[in-house]
Design a protein around this ligand. Structure first.
Ligand SMILES: N[C@@H](CCC(=O)N[C@@H](CS)C(=O)NCC(=O)O)C(=O)O
Length: 204
């Protein structure tokens, strides 16, 4: 199995999951600044020209959430509730919430303070960050309320929903996300950081 990755939040979830589950794969690092995502060969695997992409024999898969489900099925992990339709609904609810709301809410801080310096894209734009804060507070309020009395986002245990929602928010300090008013979110993020695979997701 091969997993193509760049040093960014969508591949991060997949890499952390591989490590957490002990899934063996060849991890192929691409550099988005040198055109390696844009080659014809890579576009045949992932027409979006983005990462991550998984190749497992005849199976070629993109979208981090689909790849995470695939990896859990392969490893027999209940981080994706393969045999429990009610739990699947719960996990999908939070995967969708992430992709439609939470990513946008925390995405500006993440992009300005993490993506830009990682890929030499210039200085953070304070106006973009300022403009994103109402949305961040709106959805942080939703997540904070949900995490009251819960250790994990869904199903009362660690699932792929945690990895999905935490992949940008894990950088809350470095990216100056105003999370100090959200103690339940912080305690959930801290708990995830105690997982060795989550704390150190990148392949050597
Ligand atoms: N929805 C996709 C997002 C993929 C994506 O946007 N990947 C980013 C990194 S987080 C990427 O490859 N960016 C490089 C580029 O757009 O050139 C997923 O979950 O896999």
């Amino acid at each position: 199995m091969q997993i193509y990755w760049i040093k960014a939040q969508a591949p991060l979830r997949v890499l952390a999951l591989c490590k957490h589950l002990g899934v063996q794969a060849e991890f192929i690092h691409l550099d988005p600044t040198d055109g390696s995502l844009k080659t014809q060969d890579y576009a045949k695997l992932n027409p979006n020209k983005k990462a991550p992409t998984l190749v497992d024999g005849e199976t070629v898969l993109w979208e981090a959430s689909a790849i995470m489900v695939y990896l859990c099925q392969k490893a027999g992990s209940d981080m994706w509730p393969a045999n429990n339709p009610a739990e699947q609904v719960e996990v999908i609810k939070w995967l969708s919430w992430n992709d439609c709301h939470w990513m946008e809410a925390v995405g500006s801080c993440y992009f300005e303070y993490i993506v830009k310096p990682t890929f030499n894209l210039g200085q953070p734009d304070p106006q973009a960050i300022e403009a994103s804060l109402p949305l961040l507070h709106k959805y942080a309020g939703v997540l904070e309320q949900h995490l009251k009395g819960r250790d994990y986002v869904a199903c009362g245990r660690l699932t792929i929903a945690d990895f999905q929602l935490a992949s940008m928010a894990r950088y809350w300090q470095e990216s100056h996300m105003p999370m100090r008013d959200y103690p339940h979110i912080l305690s959930w993020l801290n708990k995830l950081m105690q997982l060795p695979a989550w704390a150190q997701p990148w392949p050597r």
